[in-house]
Design a protein around this ligand. Structure first.
Ligand SMILES: C[S@@+](CC[C@H](N)C(=O)[O-])C[C@H]1O[C@@H](n2cnc3c(N)ncnc32)[C@H](O)[C@@H]1O
Length: 235
């Protein structure tokens, strides 16, 4: 019998935000998979693996998927294709495989690329995780939406006009993937008159996390940061 493919949400950074179910499955599976950054051919650290390092015992087989931080989607596609061949060999041999995903596996999560490739062939189970959205709001003690308000989840990587159009239509927003797009976000929120509604959250739930009024946000943000826009409570 084939093994089960698990997509395991490991939460936003604080190891205590791992669910009991995720911890149990990590204890049981013989194979774990995770994405790690790659720079000029050299594999770097994996945020997801780091969060659950205490649960990865030496007897487990580890499969790293090195992904280059670049606009070249072909590189990522090839990396997932190659990893899925190895993963399917384990599953076909009856071994359960858990793919670790920072935050929640299905919110901009890398598990979806493996699920797309292998989900119809093998039994797949997704274990939800605490998302960075919830963690960022919690760190800032910020109410996101209430009553009839709506919340937009949007990546800062889209073009400026589209970002502005989408933000213009919403009460509240979580802007993901801030990184080098801060100047664009500053221009858009300035144009929409929403700078004072915005909060910058870096490495939510992490020991080195911080929450700043958007006006104090750095010009260049790290990858693990987001901007929350709400109708209330901005610090
Ligand atoms: C590929 S997405 C992964 C989202 C993740 N699956 C989740 O559920 O939160 C990466 C983006 O999520 C946001 N993010 C993830 N972890 C974060 C954290 N601890 N603090 C702030 N933002 C975070 C950042 O905007 C980052 O660029």
């Amino acid at each position: 019998m084939s093994g089960t493919l698990y997509g395991v949400g490991v939460g936003p950074g604080d190891p205590e935000l791992l669910t009991l179910k995720a911890a149990r499955v990590l204890g049981e599976v013989p194979v774990v998979v995770f994405v790690c950054t790659e720079l000029k051919g050299v594999a770097g650290p994996s945020m997801a693996r780091g969060i659950v390092a205490d649960h990865i015992t030496p007897d487990k087989t580890e499969i790293a998927i090195p992904i280059e931080m670049s606009e070249d989607l072909g590189h990522g596609r090839r990396a997932y294709d190659a990893a899925c061949i190895t993963i399917s060999e384990h599953l076909s041999a009856g071994r359960d495989v858990a793919m670790l995903c920072e935050g929640d596996p299905l919110l901009y999560g890398s598990f979806m690329y493996v699920l797309e490739r292998l989900g119809s062939e093998f039994k797949a189970v997704t274990i939800p995780g605490v998302s960075s959205l919830g963690a960022a709001a919690a760190d800032a003690n910020l109410s996101l939406v209430s009553r009839t308000e709506s919340l937009l989840v949007v990546p800062a990587t889209i073009d400026e006009a589209t970002l502005q159009d989408r933000l213009a239509m919403t009460d509240a927003a979580a802007i993901f993937k801030v990184g080098r797009h801060m100047a664009k976000i500053k221009r858009v929120l300035g144009t929409l008159g929403r700078v004072d509604d915005a909060t910058y959250v870096e490495r939510a739930s992490g020991v080195d996390g911080r929450v700043l009024a958007f006006t104090d946000a750095p010009d260049k943000a790290p990858y693990f940061s987001m901007v929350l826009v709400t109708k209330r409570n901005a610090p």
